[in-house]
Design a protein around this ligand. Structure first.
Ligand code: NAI
Ligand code: ENO
Length: 590
């Protein structure tokens, strides 16, 4: 992040010092500071010398099979900054692991329990207050309150502010079973280490050898990686569970141990078959947009298509993907009403255009479709980074077109048109970044997201990027690193890493299986905020390292008690399940 201090950067990131430009990021539009003028408390300025606890990487836990033919066509060359044309993503595998949030309340830990009660009570109050007042969360408070043993205001980001429907209990995080197309079997190989040179990929090689080439081995390993209940297609297209315990299908073999998801893992919404009859035009009062154009037909776009169809929210969905093969797949599974051969053709006449491609590809696409965007239409995106997207897309948006960047905080480690499913956004947050856009247009887009099951919040782009650096981007980087460390370690064999992965490592591997192109773009475009949070992370790591070296058990205990309270706050806010061991049942014989 350059020579500026972290505090300086955070202040700017939070939108407090609007006069200070963020290096490397373009800011074509300005807006007011929604976060007020509260002072920021940064860890390394804390006289007690304590920082905020680092966040775990458990943002989501979907387990979907992905296969995007785009990926089969090319390697993944390095991205040239300023040249947004991107290679497509790796859609080749499925590594079954889930974000874990272990740690049940302990009777011998009154401090953490006391803290939890306060966190939860205040979270609930805040959720209600935010809903009523539209007041925004502030991650400066988040960082500050964690150190002060107080519930963090920023935790409200995850608060259960959805008052549109009553849910009897917190829904599991990203509940998914089996393949999104409802079929059985293993389609492709895990992506462990797939971006590393061959000689540096012992772990990846082992995983490959373990999978073997024959279908039986693949299927057996598939059942290990995805041991949830098999969904069988009934006549009439409905799906049913073939077994209450997916563990029944697990095979022994290469030592990979992934337990099945709980029987109610879909969170009470029922199973929505991701593949259905060919999309027909919708007639009904729920229609929010007449024609929606999806540019890019991967996980997010295909999930939007399913969710819009579920809610009958669009009369017509037109799709475009870069490669003919992806378009053919999309046509084959009836994802859209029409799949066309150019982005421009898709956007032509649409009243909502959604850019659902890697962040680095958005500017060029916006430029391409700009001439056909009609006045009154809305242009949005789903990119994981917002300031850079505004910088790349904003200049191409014609007058009269409403540009409203967005970001659904929901996803999986899979990609491609087959990976989407209708429930992806249910009870998740979608952040809109209106940046001064027309309020009616914003409300209409918010309605669409709500119709797709999401809770909607609004944020300043820099604030978004900072929050996401904390809750998503840096955790992904840490997961990538941890899996890389295990891969490179000489003293521990790869088979041991895989065999004993249940002890925490597995949860990193799921995240580390996320798409290389998408995440490369995220880090390149949210560089400053990620580096800032990463700097804090390493500082705290050093403190913990020292505590371990010095035998400072008190420090470790205090620290872990705080982080446990945060985890409980997330569960209380309905953003993850409290089920122990993330709902896994022990593997047979374990
Ligand atoms: N995967 C996730 O968990 C989440 C992703 N996002 C964001 O959503 C966006 C899309 O991500 P996914 O749907 O996961 O990706 P994906 O890899 O599943 O799909 C990307 C699609 O974009 C197409 N594409 C790639 N480069 C293109 C180009 N230059 N021109 C036209 N099409 C191109 C690919 O063919 C593919 O159809 C990204 O910006 C990502 O940051 C947001 C939330 C969650
Ligand atoms: O799968 C996970 O753990 C995720 O974190 C999904 C995700 C990935 C990228 C985003 O911008 C938002 C959500």
């Amino acid at each position: 992040m350059g020579p500026r201090s972290a505090a300086d950067h955070l202040r700017r990131g939070l939108g407090r010092d609007h006069h200070l430009p963020v290096p490397g990021l373009c800011r074509p539009r300005r807006r007011g500071d929604p976060h007020g003028a509260r002072l920021l408390h940064v860890p390394h300025l804390d006289p007690r010398g304590r920082g905020h606890p680092g966040r775990g990487a458990g943002a989501g836990a979907d387990h979907r099979h992905r296969r995007d033919p785009d990926r089969l066509q090319r390697a993944d060359p390095p991205r040239v900054p300023g040249q947004p044309q991107q290679p497509d993503r790796d859609h080749g595998g499925h590594v079954r692991a889930a974000a874990s949030g272990r740690g049940s309340p302990s009777a011998g830990d009154p401090g953490a329990g006391w803290c939890l009660c306060r966190v939860c009570r205040r979270l609930r109050r805040r959720g209600r207050a935010h809903c009523r007042t539209g007041q925004r969360r502030d991650d400066a408070d988040l960082l500050q309150d964690l150190r002060a043993w107080r519930p963090a205001r920023g935790v409200g980001l995850w608060s259960a502010g959805d008052h549109r429907r009553a849910e009897p209990r917190p829904r599991p995080l990203q509940p998914v079973h089996g393949r999104p197309d409802g079929r059985r079997g293993c389609r492709s190989r895990p992506r462990l280490g797939c971006s590393l040179p061959q000689r540096e990929r012992p772990l990846a090689r082992l995983a490959g050898a373990c999978l073997g080439r024959d279908g039986r081995t693949l299927r057996r390993v598939h059942r290990q990686l995805h041991p949830g209940p098999v969904l069988r297609r009934r006549r009439g297209g409905l799906l049913r569970r073939a077994s209450a315990r997916g563990g029944d299908h697990r095979a022994s073999g290469c030592g990979l141990q992934a337990a099945p998801l709980p029987a109610d893992h879909r969170g009470g919404r029922g199973i929505v078959p991701p593949r259905g009859p060919r999309h027909r035009s919708v007639q009904g009062p729920a229609v929010i947009y007449e024609r929606v154009a999806l540019i890019g037909l991967g996980l997010i776009a295909s999930s939007m298509a399913h969710a819009m169809r579920r809610g009958q929210l669009a009369r017509e969905i037109v799709g475009y993907a870069r490669t003919a093969e992806t378009r053919d797949v999309a046509r084959g599974i009836g994802l859209c009403n029409r799949v066309v051969d150019s982005a421009r053709e898709a956007a032509d006449g649409a009243d909502l255009v959604v850019l659902a491609v890697p962040v680095g590809a958005m500017g060029a696409l916006a430029e391409e479709i700009a001439p056909v965007l009609r006045p009154g239409a809305t242009l949005t995106d789903v990119g994981s980074v917002k300031r850079a997207v505004i910088g790349a897309v904003g200049p191409h948006v014609p007058d009269g077109v409403h540009f409203i960047p967005g970001h659904p905080l929901a996803g999986t480690e899979y990609s491609g048109p087959r990976s989407g499913f209708a429930t992806l956004f249910d009870n998740r947050w979608c952040i809109l970044v209106p940046d001064g856009a027309d309020r009616q247009a914003v409300e209409r887009l918010a309605q669409l997201w709500r119709g797709m099951g999401a809770n909607v919040d609004e944020m300043d782009p820099d604030h978004h990027d900072l929050v996401l650096a904390v809750v998503s981007h840096t955790p992904h980087l840490i997961a990538y690193t941890m899996v890389g460390v295990a891969d490179h370690l000489e003293q521990v064999s790869n088979s041991e890493v895989i065999k004993y992965s249940a002890s925490g490592f597995r949860d990193f591997t799921r995240i580390a299986a996320s798409d290389p192109t998408m995440w490369r773009d995220v880090f390149l475009t949210n560089r400053d905020a990620t580096l800032d949070i990463l700097g804090r992370f390493t500082e705290e790591l050093f403190v913990l390292q020292r505590a371990i070296r010095m035998g400072d058990g008190q420090h470790l205990h205090d620290y872990f008690s705080k982080t446990r309270a945060i985890r409980r706050g997330i569960v209380e806010a309905g953003q993850d399940t409290a089920a122990p061991n993330f709902g896994r049942v022990p593997a047979p014989g374990a």
